[in-house]
Design a binder for this molecule. Sequence first.
Ligand code: IDP
Ligand code: MG
Length: 170
Amino acid sequence: MVICSVLALFSIFSKSMAEARERTFIMVKPDGVQRGLVGKIIKRFEAKGFKLVALKFTWPSEDLLKKHYADLAGRPFFPGLVKYMSSGPVVPMVWEGLNVVKTGRFMLGATDPKDSNPGTIRGDLCIQVGRNIIHGSDSVEAANKEINLWFEPKELIAWKPASEAWIYED
Ligand code: IDP
Ligand code: MG
């Protein structure tokens, strides 16, 4: 029993950095699509070194968006948010990598673009909170929930990028 626990602990700590990765759910919102920013946004995550696991182009229903934003249902801007998010196609994606949830949020910038630092996606590419072009999960738990909501397990692709050995130390 003790030996098993020690072995289990060892296997956790001996995981390489490439294996100790998490996933996040990123989505280009309808305004990002309409403004032709899909490629630019994908490029930032690719260039950083994160791995693309899933991607689709879809026009989401109000029902799906109400589930996605369920924790904001009581907020005054909720009806407008659902209307905006269902007004056209979006690009939902799953990206994987070390600390990708937290780093992804840094790359997005603050929720309100007037507070987003230059160099961030929102800081560079949009102006108003109600048209802030991109969504990113705020925790690993939220990421898992959102990934399950937007993707079937078979849509999450298992692959090893050729660049991985040059992005992670081991
Ligand atoms: P986040 O997208 O940075 O995680 P949340 O607080 O989870 O921010 O809000 C979800 C989305 O709701 C925002 O990205 C934005 O599109 C919208 N939103 C948030 N606050 C406001 C507001 O005060 N007015 C209009 N829309 C808002
Ligand atoms: Mg949020």
